[in-house]
Design a protein around this ligand. Structure first.
Ligand code: M6R
Length: 608
């Protein structure tokens, strides 16, 4: 979704804004722009296209030169991607950038038109806010912002400059995330920490309805009611390298390689004397014993981690788990009761639909648990309990390491719950936990083992129009993620199917040469999965089989075999996901696609 940045300080503002926006490119965008105070006047440069297009335009037409300003990357919602719809947008004395959606912009526009404000240039909801600010502006910026915030409805974050308040930037947040970075004698605004990490690791999290005023290299905050606020300064526990490619051609492959470290960092503090211990997250064995039903709610990849969680929790802890897509769950009037647990999984912690689920849980008597990667994000702050995953910043739109650490937390939770409920013995729990502890090394081994094969096999996928992923049990849960990964970055249509369901319709799609990727890591289901593989093979499919190093697979069932190390079958998804990520990655690379920024997608979906 859109990215917002702002700067006040001694550096070249245009340079800072563009460099910060580049760090937000991963969020997805189709146009970019900045507004900078130059000799007391607001100069705007904006264009449809990439940041490189903006740089080219500024080289040709002149680059704003100053020390305070705001910048934006736009992901179109209202109005097509175009120069005129790009942000910043201006009223007569006010210029703004905006992330999110203003739901009542039509009625506000009508109000402005009725009051003889008819000079609208764009199709955006943002321009309406700029005009409204202008309409109410009486020389007191904060009062004017507060007045407008009471009138607009929706989810948004805004960066604002007033023509008669040079060298000052205002920022406000409602729903869409915003942070304020504090450097030495300089201050920054950004939608996410990677944008400013090059300049400072210290930042404030702007909360709902808070207004930040950045001036003279420092910042002060006030509430919607005009009260001054003291805020806690946070320090990022990662550095610029984490947000750089560090020699890798793409963030995605860097992040795949970071998985062993990410898993280790996530699980180590939650294991004590060889057993899982989630007490630092406020989760005790008593709490884990108290739940009747569990709902796991999330979107996309995070929801797929929840699918694996369902299989594992039900299998080991014997608690009933329902997994839901957040955008469905929030509107289907779910039967949540007291003593139920609602787990929300989210890398960003800002996904609009997932966040909305928290409101639904309130008042039901159920408890909410967030499994979130971004510290201090909305979902993390609003849930009753939170388990942070420690993947570090995930920049590629296609999630890899965040999924992997979400899986690792699902296992920790399942093991501790199973032990707390007496479904497994201490010895069994220790055994499972020690296999989880061995996972970072096993993931590393798997990457080394399968990389070349995946690179080669991907060359067989690039000409496909459509393909299938199949599996049974945990392999089916996992294949959902394999299929999403491939389609989102290769643009090849793909579906995941429970292997046993093929004969009920989908097998009619199979024709000569159609790739079918079969995940067959569950020994207890291996024979049945192999029969399904043979069924598609007999109908002309090109079969690619992911299985453990000892699995007995007939040579004539598989055109390509990708073998991974063998572990307890319950834990196999963490290893089997690696070849699926690599197949997707190399297919995208071989097709010449923009791997880290696939078309039409945004990293963090902060609107419905
Ligand atoms: O930030 P979240 O985990 O809540 O995001 C949810 C999905 O948008 C996300 O997992 C998406 O499906 C991935 N980018 C796919 O790789």
């Amino acid at each position: 979704m859109c990215g917002i940045v702002g700067y006040v300080g001694p550096r070249d503002c245009t340079e800072v804004l563009v460099s910060a926006l580049k760090k937000l490119e991963y969020r997805g965008y189709d146009s970019a722009g900045i507004a900078v105070f130059e000799n007391g006047k607001i100069e705007v440069a904006k264009t449809k296209g990439r940041l490189s297009d903006l740089e080219t335009k500024m080289e040709k037409e002149g680059k704003p030169n100053g020390h305070a300003g705001i910048g934006h990357t736009r992901w179109a919602t209202h109005g097509e991607p175009s120069d005129v719809n790009s942000h910043p947008h201006s009223g007569r004395r006010v210029t703004i950038v905006h992330n999110g959606i203003i739901e009542n912009y039509k009625e506000l526009k009508q109000f402005l038109i009725d009051n003889e404000r008819t000079d609208f240039l764009s199709d955006t909801d943002t321009e309406v806010v700029a005009q409204l600010l202008d309409f109410y502006y009486d020389g007191n910026p904060v009062r004017c912002i507060r007045k407008v915030l009471h009138e607009i409805r929706g989810s948004y974050a805004l960066g604002i400059v007033f023509a008669d308040r040079p060298e000052t930037v205002y920022a406000v947040r409602c729903e869409s995330p915003l942070i304020v970075g504090q450097g030495t004698g300089e201050v920054f605004v950004a939608s996410d920490v990677p944008a400013i990490i090059k300049y400072t690791k210290d930042y404030y999290l702007l909360e709902y309805g808070e207004i930040a005023v950045l001036k003279n290299g420092s910042v002060h905050f006030c509430s919607l009611h005009g009260r001054m606020i003291d805020k806690e300064l946070h320090t990022a526990d990662w550095d610029e390298d984490s947000a750089e490619k560090c020699g890798y051609p793409h963030f995605m492959i860097k992040e795949i390689n970071e998985q062993p470290t990410a898993v280790k960092t996530t699980i180590t503090p939650r294991i004590e004397n060889g057993l899982p211990n989630l007490e630092e997250c406020g989760i005790t064995p008593e709490i884990l014993r108290s739940f009747n039903n569990i709902f796991i709610v999330a979107c996309g990849t995070a929801m797929h981690a929840g699918m694996v969680g369902k299989y594992v929790i039900e299998k080991i802890a014997r608690v009933s788990v329902t997994v839901d897509i957040a955008s469905e769950f929030r509107y289907r009037d779910p039967l949540i009761g007291e003593n139920d647990l609602v787990i929300i999984i989210s890398q960003s912690g800002e996904t609009a639909d997932s966040k909305a689920v928290l409101n639904l849980v309130k008042g039901t008597g159920a408890k909410s648990l967030a499994i979130v990667n971004v510290k201090g994000s909305s979902i993390a702050r609003e849930a009753d309990m939170v388990i942070y995953t420690h993947a570090g910043p995930e920049i590629a739109v296609a999630s890899t390491k965040a999924y992997m650490v979400q899986l690792s937390v699902m296992y920790l939770l399942a093991f501790e719950m199973a032990f707390a409920k007496g479904k497994i013995s201490e010895e069994q729990c220790r055994q499972l936990t020690s296999e989880l502890v061995s996972m970072p090394a096993k993931i590393e081994e798997t990457i080394g083992k399968v990389l070349d094969t995946c690179q080669y096999v991907s060359t067989k996928l690039i000409t496909a129009d459509s393909l299938l992923y199949i599996g049974r049990g945990l392999d089916y849960a996992l294949s959902m993620e394999g299929s999403l990964k491939l389609k989102e970055i290769s643009y090849i249509h793909s579906e995941s199917y429970a292997a046993g369901e093929l004969k009920h319709g989908t097998i009619s799609l199979v024709e000569d040469g159609m790739p079918v990727i079969a995940v067959a890591t569950q020994n207890s289901l291996l024979e049945k999965t192999v029969s399904n593989i043979k069924e598609v093979k007999a109908r002309g499919a090109m079969t690619i089989v992911i299985c453990d190093e000892h699995a007995d697979i007939d040579r004539d069932a598989a055109d390509y075999l990708i073998r991974i190390p063998k572990l307890n079958e319950t834990l196999m998804p963490m290893l089997a996901t690696v070849p699926m990520q690599l197949l997707a990655y190399y297919t995208s690379v071989n097709k010449g696609n923009d791997v880290d920024k696939p078309r039409n997608l945004a990293k963090s979906v902060t609107v419905e």
